[in-house]
Write a protein that binds this ligand. Structure first.
Ligand code: NAD
Ligand code: LMR
Length: 334
């Protein structure tokens, strides 16, 4: 069997508990690929990974390769084909007497983690490594990590697939169709309440979701805020941030990157902007993406952007620009 190396930070966290078995079961990377898993945790928690590893062994998947736990980012990401940066603090918890309410409040706490991790990945992971940032604020963490990695042959992504799945589920429910009927779902911009889940370019059985649903009020006043605030609703209801659905979205993202995108469809993730759709270069921006048969990833061009959509894209761009300004020290310091 071909072997690949997959590193996961935050291996003892909630998302990882749902994510890890699916990485080594053949489901994500294919039945014929053995997955060597490197689990990375902070020193205070790393011992707990022994229990996780026991459970992963007990799953008994034939695709399971070596299983390593470490508190060294360098050891964890060495020769990695994929790096999943999940480890970071979620919102909803109290830090220094203040409850973390917005993902952007996590910038100062989590941003620093991604400097050392980015630098280690740039130096030690494979030259064609793919990196998916899940830890919030995901877009700007990816910006920090890529900036420190200084390795342009590696590809960095920040996760917006959970938002896309949430949006598809709501559109399918409203239209009374199976979720598989909803395609071409783009989340523009930031994984934050300013994201723009695009109902005009989303298709239901090949027709614009807006034309199928024919309820502009619902689209603008129910659908958009529901998707934008879904992370908070889950935290309020569950007392902890989404985990199973986040792990599922990470798996969806890996599969979308590893396999060609069907004609007429797209997948959602944030990547460093190349200036497409007027977004400043370098910002990690959620775009409609496509994986080509040669495995290159491209931003799908020519999506129709009406005035409503442009205003939303401008708002989320502005927010990302201000997040970038807020971490400028982390971007310049060596
Ligand atoms: P969690 O608190 O259960 O687990 C996080 C783990 O990361 C902990 O075990 C912690 O010890 C570890 N960690 C912290 N700093 C680390 C470091 N420097 N190196 C390695 N490990 C480190 O949190 P969770 O529910 O698993 O969520 C993880 C992150 O994912 C949060 O930031 C959360 O907001 C984010 N999230 C993102 C999305 C998305 O769609 N992008 C969805 C859900 C959650
Ligand atoms: C989510 O969207 O569920 C995560 O980003 C967690 C959060 O803080 O909302």
């Amino acid at each position: 069997m071909k072997e690949i190396n997959v590193a996961v930070t935050g291996g003892a966290g909630q998302i990882s508990y749902s994510l890890l078995p699916r990485l080594i079961s053949g489901e994500t990377f294919g039945e014929d690929i053995k997955v060597n898993l490197r689990l990375i945790e902070i020193p205070q928690v790393v011992e707990k990974l022994n229990g996780t590893i026991m459970e992963l062994i007990d799953c008994g998947f034939k695709q399971t390769g070596s299983l390593i736990s470490t508190s060294s980012i360098e050891e964890g990401v060495a020769d990695a084909d994929w790096v999943l940066l999940v480890g970071s603090i979620p919102r909803g918890i109290v830090v220094d007497g203040k409850k973390i309410e917005e993902r952007s409040d996590l910038l100062k706490i989590n941003g620093g983690i991604f400097t050392t991790q980015g630098s280690a990945i740039g130096r030690l992971a494979k030259s064609d490594a793919k990196i998916l940032v899940v830890g919030n604020p995901a877009n700007t963490n990816a910006l920090i990590g890529k900036n420190k990695a200084k390795n342009d042959s590696q590809q960095w992504f920040a996760m917006t697939a959970l938002d896309a799945n949430r949006a598809k589920a709501q559109l399918a429910q409203k239209a009374g169709v199976e979720i598989s009927a909803v395609t071409n779902m783009t989340i523009w911009g930031n994984h934050s309440p300013t994201m723009y889940p695009d109902p005009y370019n989303a298709l239901i059985n090949g027709v614009s979701a807006v034309e199928v649903i024919k309820d502009d009020f619902w689209i603008k006043n129910d659908f958009l805020p529901l998707v934008q605030q879904r992370g908070k609703s889950v935290i309020d209801a569950r007392g902890a941030s989404s985990a199973a659905s986040a792990a599922n979205a990470a798996i969806d993202t890996i599969k979308a990157i590893e396999n060609p995108t069907l004609e007429g469809n797209c997948f959602s993730a944030a990547i460093a902007s190349d200036g497409s759709y007027g977004v400043p270069e370098g910002l990690f921006f959620g775009y409609p993406l496509k994986t080509n048969t040669d495995k290159t990833i491209e931003i799908i061009q020519g999506m129709e952007i009406n005035d409503f959509a442009q205003a939303k894209i401008d708002t989320t761009t502005k927010e990302l620009q201000s997040e970038k300004d807020a971490v400028k020290d982390l971007l310049t310091k060596d």
